[in-house]
Design a protein. Structure first.
Length: 79
């Protein structure tokens, strides 16, 4: 329950940042990519990406949310 709420919050925050034009890392994702979830480490993000390959395929990547928040790693997927 907590992870779903946190993922929804991260997605909403990313969408809000994109709407305002202030998202640093979100702009690097490119068209067609969506923030799926956020994680506390790169390894955790990669594990989540591999676990969800049945849903979004092998096209996904992990990157820091912004330069000022490198402790939050975002999983970007392409549906």
């Amino acid at each position: 329950m907590y992870r779903r709420a946190a993922a929804a919050l991260a997605t909403a925050a990313t969408a809000g940042a994109l709407a305002l034009g202030t998202a640093g890392a979100a702009e690097a994702a490119g068209p067609g990519f969506y923030a799926r979830s956020h994680h506390s480490s790169y390894a955790e993000c990669q594990a989540a990406g591999q676990a969800g390959e049945a849903f979004w395929g092998k096209i996904y990547f992990c990157e820091p949310f912004t330069a000022t928040r490198p402790d939050v790693i975002v999983l970007w997927v392409r549906y």
